[in-house]
Ligand binder design. Structure first.
Ligand SMILES: [Zn+2]
Length: 413
């Protein structure tokens, strides 16, 4: 039997993943109509709608209509909002059998089940889309979830990242070849490390010329770029026309203003990633990259990060998205970063929500698909027991999760 026949017989009509940006699978069955009632609905763009109903058909929202019925899900006791988008996770990053950090991209059966389980707990925590940047092992997981074979968030991934190593990274032309290779391997976005780990000082590891080549070539092949950067690397990546800066610790106000001016997105981490390392110190210490000196540096970096988020939120026009950098120990707890932003960095709770909804979608070029509750968009809808505008810890109580019209969690009664 030819492969094409097999695909038809097994009813797999999903679009095979294209090489570039994320392909939304089409639901092959006749669309089912679902009506959700809400008394408090965040539209994902900063507005609150009262006493209305969302009509879903198949994988998409078709109407917001207070008169629609009959109601299938009564979520009037809850706060209803678009599924969250985490712009920076490492979905295959796990603890190994010995309980210690095993890094990312493992291919043993244990590692593969662990990654599938991470996808599941991340979805259950209200994250319907994640950008996982750092491992080619993300690609088969992304595709399995997109086919509907596994429950998990939509995964957008970078395949192999470009690790800046000064001269040794290669010439601008070699860097361009590397970028094109990632596109061919199925990357949705290009991840670039333009600075050393902050635990090792965070100095620049790519020249301006090298960064220009990487971000320019990505643009040429239609891919976005997300750049791990601290200090000087923030300005360099902004000048190179890269799409988004990850971390950004020790960026100056002038760097942040330049980002706002150029429309470069900032994805800072106010707490979870470092709190998670500190909480799991025994499991990380002694594994590659994690030393006592590194842990001592993290304590200092945590307060620098609070300060960065506090400062960045006051820069007019700077677009701050939500990304946790979730690694082993943090998966499924991604929403803790909202609490850190609001409690420790003074971020307005609605701004924190929007950063993980419409702004997160905009940064990924997916405004017309995700990040808002509006007709024509994917039906990614979650509900919280509590109002995050009054009590940000409500983000821990995700009691309803729908992704692309499928209800994965409903503990709303
Ligand atoms: Zn990361």
């Amino acid at each position: 039997m030819r492969a094409s026949n097999l695909l038809v017989l097994t009813g797999v009509f999903f679009v095979v993943q294209a090489a570039s940006s994320y392909v939304f699978p089409q639901n092959p069955t006749p669309p089912k109509r679902i009506v959700i009632s809400a008394s408090t609905l965040f539209d994902g763009k900063g507005h609150v709608l009262r006493n209305t109903r969302i009509v879903v058909e198949g994988s998409k929202i078709v109407a917001i209509d207070p008169k629609a019925g009959p109601v299938d899900y009564d979520l009037r006791e809850l706060t209803v909002l678009p599924g969250w988008i985490d712009a920076h996770v490492h979905v295959t990053w796990i603890f190994g059998k010995d309980g210690k950090n095993a890094g990312q991209g493992g291919t043993t059966p244990e590692a593969i089940y662990a990654a599938a389980s991470i996808a599941y707990v991340t979805l259950m925590a209200g994250f319907t889309t994640v950008q996982s940047i750092g491992s080619p092992a993300d690609i088969p997981l992304r595709d399995a979830i997109a086919r509907g074979s596994l429950p998990g968030p939509r995964i957008i991934t970078a395949a192999e990242p470009l690790f800046g190593q000064g001269e040794r990274t290669g010439s601008p032309d070699q860097i361009r070849v590397f970028v094109r290779k990632q596109k061919e391997a199925g990357a949705d976005v290009i991840k670039i490390f333009a600075a050393a780990s902050i635990r090792q000082g965070g100095n620049m590891t790519l020249s301006q010329e090298q960064l220009n080549a990487a971000c320019d070539e990505a643009k040429k092949v239609g891919l976005r770029t997300v750049v791990h950067a601290y200090k000087d690397a923030v300005r360099a990546a902004t000048l190179a026309g890269c799409t988004q800066i990850e971390h950004g610790t020790m960026a100056t106000d002038d760097d942040l203003k330049l980002m706002a001016h150029k429309g470069t997105y900032l994805d800072p981490q106010a707490g979870l990633v470092i709190e998670n390392y500190l909480d799991n110190k025994e499991r990380y210490l002694g594994t590659p990259g994690y030393t006592e000196e590194g842990f001592a540096a993290m304590q200092r970096v945590l307060s620098l990060n609070h300060e960065l988020v506090r400062r960045a939120s006051k820069i007019p026009g700077l677009k701050i998205v939500f990304g946790t950098d979730a690694v082993a120990g943090a998966h499924g707890r991604n929403a803790e970063e909202f609490i850190d932003r609001v409690r420790d960095a003074g971020v307005d709770p609605m701004a924190a929500m929007v950063s993980a909804n419409s702004l997160g979608a905009e940064a990924m070029g997916l405004t017309d698909q995700i990040g808002s509750i509006a007709p024509g968009l994917q039906a990614d809808i979650i509900a919280l027991d509590g109002d995050p505008l009054k009590d940000i810890t409500a983000v821990r109580r995700v009691v309803f999760v729908m992704k692309a019209g499928v209800v994965y969690k409903n503990a709303s009664h």
